[in-house]
Design a protein. Structure first.
Lengths: 276, 193
């Protein structure tokens, strides 16, 4: 296999490629506008974070990695780690809201949309972004797609496979946006809630990871049914998958906790200086 | 609430398939595409799915040097076919090689002869087989070659069962019991479809 074979999408998706290009374009345009209006704006780290996040979504969804993720449990767990944890967090830290600045003028503004769309969407958004519902949904989705029967159907049906991956990505954005989005600058209000949210999501992920790693029977037979990308013992595959769910996934949540603390400290410093 | 809604959607999708007639094996009607292929059979003839229209077809992706899964599944199917209610000649088992490098036409013919007349070995280029397995959401891969030129092959352990019109109907896995396969196979043959 040459490099091109690794980069070739396993299942080409027009919707995916369009979303990827548009998001990249809007962000780049928004960033250029910021640079134009504020010459001294330091955006290198933000931009780097955003682009790494965006490219990593592409890498796990539209290259040879996507093939491996469909036929190897541990690669599947790695794919979800990127889609649900790493990429959305990086993109939120990279200022995903900058995309809004890059939207073309003809792009319909949210405020002028009819009430029948706006009202239910806003209600739904408020519900799923509730500090009690959001962590529940964040962990719940991981568990849901790992229920053996549902996992079996998702891996066998291409449509369900897409639903699974898109839902993980979307939920990742929603959750990290709630925790580390631009609405919270580090004020005292909302600080404790964010800390608790981050703590709450760690334990169930660790339990799940430990369960997958330490169980001595094969839980997901769909990989035996469909075959694996290369010969590997089913239990070894499951143990690797368990470790990916257990350690890096919970470490990402700890990283989230550190980032919340850091934002709070920076805010206190800024306010402190002002008061001095 | 969202979670509940999603569970409901998924369960509905799953049940939508099972609603028509309860099966013991996994019902894959509508979930997996119909049978289509262009391969070479064990007699060296070019064949397509059209050659098997009118038969209930069980498809298995394996290789003749397989130490365990392939012979076990083939023996299991062979024993089941002897117990099928009606004429077992209405059923064909297509053994599609995922190791065309080692599985020649002759080797396939000798291999399937062990299990009975209903068993037919098929082969094709690795790319053709890959394309076919992709359509059925299965795959295969090769391990490292040892000093004697042997290598391991990872492959699907599933048996896809298609009706007489080449529509995907059932999926038997390594954990499916012979009783369940026989029960569903009888129902499928007798249903006339």
């Amino acid at each position: 296999m040459n490099l091109l074979d690794y980069l070739k999408p396993w299942d080409f998706s027009v919707i995916f490629v369009l979303s990827f290009l548009l998001l990249g374009w809007f962000y780049t345009k928004g960033l250029a506008d910021i640079k134009k209006s504020q010459r001294n704006a330091k955006t290198y780290w933000q931009a780097l974070s955003f682009y790494i996040g965006l490219i990593s979504i592409y890498a796990v969804s539209h290259t040879y990695l996507d093939y491996l993720a469909q036929y190897m449990f541990w690669v599947h767990r790695f794919q979800h780690l990127v889609l649900h944890h790493l990429a959305p967090l990086l993109m939120v830290l990279g200022g995903i809201e900058i995309c809004a600045k890059g939207l073309p003028t003809w792009w319909p503004k949210w405020t002028i949309l009819p009430l029948v769309i706006k009202w239910p969407s806003e209600r739904l958004y408020r519900l799923i972004q509730h500090p009690i519902v959001a962590p529940f949904l964040f962990v719940g989705l991981i568990y849901l797609w790992l229920i053996p029967d549902i996992h079996f159907a998702a891996m066998l049906s291409q449509t369900l496979y897409y639903v699974m991956n898109w839902s993980m990505l979307l939920d990742g954005f929603l959750f990290w946006w709630l925790v580390l989005g631009p609405d919270w600058h580090g004020e005292a209000k909302g600080f404790k809630t964010r800390i608790i949210m981050m703590l709450v999501v760690v334990i169930p992920q660790q339990l799940l990871g430990a369960y997958l790693t330490l169980t001595d029977s094969v839980i997901y037979d769909v990989y035996d049914v469909c075959g694996r990308a290369w010969p590997i013992s089913p239990l070894v595959d499951q143990i690797y998958g368990g470790i990916v769910t257990w350690i890096p996934a919970s470490m990402m949540s700890v990283l989230g906790l550190v980032l919340v603390l850091r934002r709070r400290l920076n805010f206190q410093k800024r306010v402190g200086y002002k008061n001095d | 609430m969202i979670k509940r809604f999603m569970v409901l959607c998924i369960l509905l999708t799953l049940f939508a398939c099972a609603k028509t007639e309860p099966t013991r094996l996994t019902n894959i009607t509508g979930l997996i595409p119909d049978l289509t292929f262009e391969l070479t059979d064990e007699n060296g003839n070019k064949v397509t799915e059209k050659n098997y229209l009118g038969y209930t077809v069980a498809v298995f992706f394996g290789f003749t040097s397989c130490p365990e899964i392939c012979p076990t599944t083939m023996h299991q199917l062979s024993a089941i076919l002897k117990k099928v209610d009606t004429n077992a000649s209405k059923v064909k088992v297509l053994f599609i090689s995922v190791d065309p490098e080692r599985d020649s036409v002759e080797k396939l013919k000798n291999y399937t002869a062990i299990f009975g007349d209903a068993f037919i070995g098929l082969r094709g280029d690795e790319t053709d087989i890959k394309e076919m397995t992709k359509r059925y959401r299965v795959t295969f891969g090769y391990g490292d070659t040892d000093d004697e030129g042997n290598y391991e092959v990872s492959h699907s352990g599933a048996v896809f069962i298609f009706d007489k019109k080449a529509k995907a109907r059932l999926l038997a896995t390594q954990s499916s019991s012979s009783e369940d396969i026989l029960f569903d196979l009888n129902n499928l043959i007798n249903s006339g479809s």
